[in-house]
Design a protein around this ligand. Structure first.
Ligand SMILES: NC(=O)c1ccc[n+]([C@@H]2O[C@H](COP(=O)([O-])OP(=O)(O)OC[C@H]3O[C@@H](n4cnc5c(N)ncnc54)[C@H](O)[C@@H]3O)[C@@H](O)[C@H]2O)c1
Ligand SMILES: [Zn+2]
Ligand SMILES: [Zn+2]
Length: 348
């Protein structure tokens, strides 16, 4: 193996990314080196590309970005057991401390010392990435690599949606980005009744519909209040906020049934206002969601994929690595579902 590799790097503050030659990561104790085969572009990567306010206060350059990936184990550090060379794996993108109260209580998704792969440490948009062995998730042979590449956002959707008993419930999902689209599929898979998805992008609403939404709403043309009336329901039992848009969030609160549950996944601007009267007098429960449950969400995703969950429907683009910038352009224009980038020359 060479000791240099190609990697997509945020070299300095400002818009853009560059493909650079950098050193292959060193593997420490309890870590593995993975030869990356497929990666997927996340909204987080787009934030880093665009160098928005969040990226400016979060990212230290230079950084190899990317956290949605799969590949094969090519090297194992001291102390790694239970894995084999050449094994196909994905990995949880949150590296936790293992020492804090929540980690030790078996709740590492609530670790306050979480470090993000491709955010706070070098990431996976590269020929090789080093991750702690404890973050690995083995991929069964039956699951294609291009789907395994985006278990991370599938996990955001699954962790969020599976917080609640959705069977027979009326569910509102605001935002038909890849995560909202997958969440619509999960709500359908587990047996929700009405699954209403809002966005301002008709193409993405079409994908949500294909995935299982029972009613799609372009809020540029139609009001959610009218849709609630037309459905003849008192309001939604479950709300999954997946847009990060303040208007969408407040429209969601206004259309919840009394006693409803709202999960907040979309990252709202700091100054987002909220109508507390609605929360209080309707007895709403708001729940912040970060990441995935380790590793129960990964288990559920794997089993759902093995038993027919239509994850492939959200995969709209599978590009060779040379076309990586086209992927970011599609993301910026919202002209895609999930975009997967292949690092091996094998696009089948
Ligand atoms: N909490 C977490 O752990 C976590 C993890 C991953 C992503 N996120 C966040 O979750 C959200 C969803 O992720 P994604 O990758 O699907 O993002 P995305 O940006 O692709 O999707 C957001 C969607 O919201 C839509 N939207 C914009 N204005 C709207 C409005 N007024 N009403 C309804 N929809 C509107 C956009 O058109 C877009 O399709 C993002 O905010 C992302 O930053 C959070
Ligand atoms: Zn992601
Ligand atoms: Zn911890």
């Amino acid at each position: 193996m060479n000791n240099t590799m190609q990697a997509l790097v945020k070299g300095a503050p400002g818009r853009g990314l560059e493909m650079q030659t950098v050193a292959v990561p060193q593997v420490g104790p309890n870590e593995v080196l993975i030869q990356v085969e497929k990666t997927a572009i996340c909204g987080t990567d787009l934030h880093i590309f665009l160098w928005d306010e969040w990226a400016q206060r979060t990212i230290q350059t230079p950084l190899v970005i990317g956290h949605e990936f799969m590949g094969r184990i090519v090297q194992m550090g001291d102390g790694v057991t239970g894995y084999a060379l050449n094994q196909r794996v994905s990995a949880e993108g949150h590296v936790v401390c293992g020492m804090c109260r929540n980690c030790r209580a078996g709740k590492p998704h609530l670790c306050p010392n979480t470090q993000g792969i491709g955010v706070n440490r070098n990431g996976a948009f590269a020929e090789y990435v080093a991750v702690p062995a404890s973050n690995l998730w083995p991929i069964p042979d039956e699951i294609p690599s291009e789907l395994a590449a985006f278990f991370d956002p599938f996990g955001n959707a699954a962790h969020c949606a599976l917080q609640f008993d959705l069977v027979g419930e009326d569910v509102l999902i605001t935002g038909a980005g890849p995560i909202g689209i997958i969440a619509a599929g999960i709500a359908k898979h587990v047996g929700a009744r009405h699954i209403v998805v809002t966005d301002v992008n008709d193409y993405r609403l079409g994908l949500a519909s294909d995935m299982g939404a029972t009613r799609i709403v372009n809020v540029k043309n139609e009001s959610l209040a009218d849709v609630v009336k037309a459905l003849d329901i008192d309001g939604f039992d479950i709300g999954l906020e997946m847009s990060g848009n303040p208007q969408a969030f407040n429209d969601m609160l206004a259309s919840m049934y009394h006693g409803g549950h709202v999960a907040l996944l979309g990252i709202l601007p700091k100054d987002t206002g909220i109508d507390w009267d609605t929360v209080i007098f309707r007895g709403l429960e708001l729940h912040g969601i970060y990441g995935r449950r380790m590793y129960e969400t990964w288990y559920k995703m794997t089993q759902m994929t093995l038993t027919g969950f239509p994850l492939r429907k959200v995969l709209t683009h599978h590009l060779p690595v040379d076309a990586w910038s086209e992927g970011f352009d599609l993301m910026e224009r919202g002209a895609c579902g999930k975009v997967v980038v292949d690092w091996t020359g094998d696009i089948s």
